[in-house]
Design a protein around this ligand. Structure first.
Ligand SMILES: NC(=O)c1ccc[n+]([C@@H]2O[C@H](COP(=O)([O-])OP(=O)(O)OC[C@H]3O[C@@H](n4cnc5c(N)ncnc54)[C@H](OP(=O)(O)O)[C@@H]3O)[C@@H](O)[C@H]2O)c1
Length: 258
């Protein structure tokens, strides 16, 4: 496919590098006004441009990785050149109805909520489309499956997907940071503490996904009666570990909904 990514910021560049690394046979172009800042993408065979329109007529899919308030102006700018193309918008909060209100009937419009781990083939990407378009979204699902896991969800859960899948990257990193800080306090230098904390989180995730298990089933395998793991876990819960995460996720959702 010929993929045209508009908005070469954090997300747009992560998706482009992920697609360049984990797919073959695709042509990828990334645009942003300050194009000098994405010159490094050429090392992955990615084209860059300051023009949103240059080459867009040859594109099969257009990915919008711009801020929500930039979406309408950018769509109006490219509108004369995108007849019949798939538009996949990552602009948070811009609804399918709003997008359909701008583009032509011939366009397939999809909302996507990836995260920046797409760069390493590890994004959790939620995808939604109107019922009339759902049969046409497979190319988007197939593409984002290559840079992680792609799931079709109801649009009404898109804000929740933003919190769990995109903000969730920061939440997971904060867990690793806290573990690292504790590691330093119990004797490791920072580098070693980070290596152990990050790899342990990765290992736990790998087990969970490979075994399709519930987290508590795997926790049972590492907790010995009267042992140190269950003592530490229960102390964390007394201090509000799960509760603070749940409250934080609900607060993020409230913030998105305004
Ligand atoms: N970051 C994440 O983890 C994440 C995850 C999921 C969804 N999202 C959503 O994805 C969107 C982008 O987020 P981001 O974090 O990547 O933002 P960002 O880093 O600010 O990137 C936005 C990019 O758009 C470019 N841009 C602005 N106006 C443009 C125009 N008219 N034509 C072409 N490019 C233009 C900007 O570069 P110039 O100023 O040089 O043009 C900038 O690099 C947002 O809607 C966000 O909510 C982000």
């Amino acid at each position: 496919m010929n993929i045209h990514i508009i908005g070469g910021g954090n997300l747009g560049t992560a998706i482009s590098v992920g697609l360049a690394q984990y797919t073959t046979g695709n042509t990828i172009t990334v645009t942003r006004r300050n194009v000098a800042l994405i010159g490094h993408l050429s090392q992955y065979g990615i084209r860059t441009s300051a023009s949103n329109i240059e080459g867009i007529t040859g594109a099969d899919m257009i990915i919008l990785a711009i801020k929500p308030w930039q979406a309408e102006a950018v769509l109006q700018e490219i509108l004369p050149h995108i007849s019949g193309k798939i538009i996949a918008s990552a602009a948070s909060g811009v609804t399918l109805d709003q997008l359909h209100g701008i583009v032509a009937d011939s366009n397939t419009v999809v909302r996507i909520m990836p995260n920046i781990a797409a760069q390493y083939g590890a994004s959790a990407t939620c995808i939604s489309a109107l019922a009339q378009d759902i049969a046409k979204v497979q190319p988007v699902v197939d593409l984002f499956d290559k840079v992680g896991t792609a799931l079709i969800i109801d649009e009404k859960l898109m804000d929740a997907a933003t919190v769990l899948g995109a903000c969730g990257t920061a939440f997971a990193l904060r867990y690793i940071r806290a573990s690292m800080q504790a590691g330093i306090e119990i004797g490791f230098d920072a580098k070693t503490a980070l290596a152990i904390s990050a790899q342990t989180a990765l290992g736990a995730t790998e087990m969970l996904l490979k075994e399709s298990a519930h987290p508590e089933q795997l926790i049972d395998k590492v907790t010995t009666p009267q042992g140190c793991t269950i003592a530490g876990l229960n102390e964390m819960e007394h201090e509000g570990f799960s509760s603070s995460l749940i409250k934080g996720i609900k607060t993020s959702l409230k913030q998105i909904k305004g």
